[in-house]
Design a protein around this ligand. Structure first.
Ligand code: WTA
Length: 637
């Protein structure tokens, strides 16, 4: 153990890494290196950019701050992440190594070596070109969890186009908004997806969304379930048919990109209005995700690494698809939902495929906890070496269960705090860092995070404050697609004079400098780790003919972290009823998606508002929790 941690104050409830874990860590002297890199981030990132990324042409400037807050990294460098994720491995010892293992909910299995994956990506890249996709175009991808989703992503980036993946759990309006905002002329989807033994009609949802987004000219449909769907002649094409054409050859040049060219857009929920498309670029993103995966999940040649997120969220982009492939790792993807058909499904997969690293969300851990330990005890989990958590604070009880029953007190848990906006891990341990259940421990090497008061002073130990990042980092989103003002306003206006990035989270830092993230300070709700904006749910509700006004809040829930409560004022003459509440939930499912369905809908005659007309969600939340209502002096008179 490093001297840097000898001063740790409370010895109880700290999990020190075992000598075996330290001995085999990729970066055993991490704590010393981290201290240097936090003080002076640029040499650290420069060294990683040279070590982990191949550049077609080297960069001349590590960081350009002249256009702050629109920072530029590795300026002048020419690269493409697909070169680093695939092309180079085909020429090295990874050529026949397994890149991807995929298991379907029905037990189907597909295994791709690096060479096989490279060929599939090239073939689909040629298909995209033949459909008229060019460098700089946007491609919306709305698919189930099959290998074709990463293949579509990689093929898009290979030819210099920009993907916008929309999570398959979103519905018509959410998809339509994202297609329209990204101005995608092409959408890639599947006929359907398997979920708990049933099929989800992705193509029907796509059709409805495309009807609402006339910009779309072509739709490529991967046949997964074989269910009946409508194909529109001239607009819709089967993936399998296109891949059988001579144009789908396995030879395709990778487009040479500038480090700051756009790579992908990923929409995320914000405080107000429509979802914002965070833009990530070609150079810095690669450096950040490859570094963090190597250091934190300690990836080794023989690992079988399973990030159980969906590729449609940032966790999947960075840590299922791109970073593992960059490092030449074997990434595992499972199509189905946790706990189906039986509660030991995941443990069975870990045993069968010798998974050595499992990275998931607290909500999944809590649901497994509920099933009880006898389901985990049925399986040999001795292949596991490291565990991870992401998406929301993990409650210490779930942490301990995960550590004991899944990790058998042998596997350290990497609790990684980060965001769609940050591209990669920001506050996280590595295997050599002593752990405290519920804390993401320390800012990663090269990351300057702090907890501050409203006036910018650092908060005292254990004082709750604003979680900020004080120095740019390579994986940072560069802007909001098509709306730079929104980017500046949302993230950089709170601490404008200091030039700090505000995360939207509140946190505290304890006497040992360990960070404890408390939760969102804005109107973002985390349901089962999924990020939703109150505005999306409210606008879906008011789009229903019976609803005049609506307010949505997040209320703590033991299993899901939070659930949504919605309050609706009905149009005059309409009576609230159980049936109407049910219809409104169904309506939210149709418009936004199943993850946004409110747990409770209450009909109210009025909503608490400030004098300027802003709904006071804080007050609704206090009421829902039976807490004192607090200061209401700004309430509407
Ligand atoms: C929350 C997911 C506590 C946080 C990668 C953040 C967490 C938001 C953690 C981003 C964690 C994520 N501990 N809270 N380990 N990880 N969060 O954009 O509120 O879907 O701001 O990115 O999730 O959610 P997003």
């Amino acid at each position: 153990m490093s001297d840097a941690m000898d001063a740790i104050s409370t010895k109880s409830d700290i999990y020190y890494p075992s000598p075996e874990v330290v001995a085999q860590a990729n970066v055993p002297d991490y704590l010393t290196l981290r201290a240097e890199a936090v003080a002076d981030p640029l040499p650290f990132w420069d060294a990683r950019a040279k070590e982990l990324v191949d550049w077609y042409e080297p960069y001349h400037t590590i960081l350009d701050t002249s256009t702050a807050p629109f920072f530029k990294w590795f300026v002048g460098g020419k690269t493409n992440i697909v070169h680093n994720a695939l092309d180079r491995h085909v020429k090295n010892a990874h050529k026949n190594k397994i890149a991807l293992i995929w298991v379907g909910e029905d037990g189907d299995e597909r295994v791709y070596s690096y060479f096989e994956l490279w060929k599939e990506v090239n073939r689909f890249a040629n298909v995209l070109k033949s459909m008229g996709v060019k460098k700089g175009d946007t491609v919306t991808i709305y698919m189930g969890r099959t290998p074709e989703l990463p293949i579509a992503m990689l093929a898009t980036v290979k030819i210099g186009a920009i993907h916008s993946v929309v999570y398959g759990g979103f519905s018509e309006q959410a998809l339509a908004d994202r297609i329209t905002d990204a101005k995608s002329k092409i959408v890639i989807t599947s006929d359907g997806a398997w979920l708990r033994g049933k099929t989800v009609n992705l193509k029907d949802i796509t059709d409805e969304a495309v009807n609402r987004s006339p910009i779309v000219q072509k739709v490529i449909v991967y046949k997964r379930t074989g269910q009946a769907i409508n194909m529109h002649a001239g607009r819709d094409f089967w993936w399998q048919d296109l891949m059988a054409l001579p144009i789908a050859s396995a030879a395709c040049e990778t487009e040479v990109m500038d480090a700051e060219d756009p790579m992908f857009i990923l929409y995320t929920s914000g405080t107000t209005g429509k979802p914002k498309g965070l833009l990530h670029t070609c150079g810095g993103y690669q450096v950040h995700i490859a570094t963090t995966l190597k250091y934190v999940f300690d990836i080794k040649e023989e690992d079988r690494y399973w990030c159980a997120a969906d590729p449609g969220w940032i966790t999947g982009h960075s840590y299922i698809v791109y970073a593992p492939l960059m490092l030449g790792a074997t990434s595992f993807i499972y199509e189905g939902a946790p706990g189906y058909p039986l509660p030991d499904r995941w443990w069975q997969l870990i045993e069968k495929y010798s998974i050595s690293i499992l990275y998931t969300a607290p909500t999944a851990i809590r649901s497994y906890m509920r099933y009880g330990d006898d389901w985990t005890e049925r399986h040999d989990l001795s292949s596991l070496r490291l565990l991870g958590s992401v998406g929301e604070p993990i409650n210490p009880e779930a942490w301990r269960w995960y550590h004991k029953y899944i990790g058998h007190e042998r596997c350290p848990i990497m609790d990684t705090w980060w965001q769609t906006e940050t591209g990669g891990f920001m506050i996280t341990p590595t295997p050599v860092v002593p752990l405290k259940p519920g804390s993401g421990t320390l800012p990663f090497a090269g990351i300057q995070a702090d907890v501050v008061r409203e006036n910018g002073e650092s908060a005292d130990p254990n004082e709750e404050g604003y979680l900020v990042v004080k120095h740019p980092w390579p994986g940072m989103a560069r802007t909001v697609w098509g709306d730079p003002d929104r980017y500046r306003f949302t993230y950089w206006s709170e601490f404008l004079s200091h030039g700090w990035y505000f995360t939207g989270d509140s946190a505290r830092r304890d006497q040992d400098g360990y960070f404890w993230v408390i939760g969102r300070m804005d109107d973002v709700i985390k349901v089962s780790g999924y990020r939703l904006g109150t505005a999306e749910i409210e606008s879906a509700l008011v789009a229903h003919p019976t609803v005049a006004e609506a307010a949505a809040i997040g209320v703590p829930d033991e299993l899901k972290g939070n659930v949504i409560y919605a309050y609706c004022i009905l149009n005059s003459g309409i009576e609230g009823s159980d049936q109407l509440a049910h219809d409104l939930k169904e309506h939210v499912r149709q418009e936004v998606g199943p993850i946004a369905i409110p747990a409770k809908i209450e009909f109210v005659p009025s909503l608490p508002k400030t004098r300027s007309g802003k709904i006071m969600r804080r007050l609704l939340k206090a009421q829902a929790l039976g807490q004192p209502i607090g200061d209401t002096s700004t309430l509407e008179g």
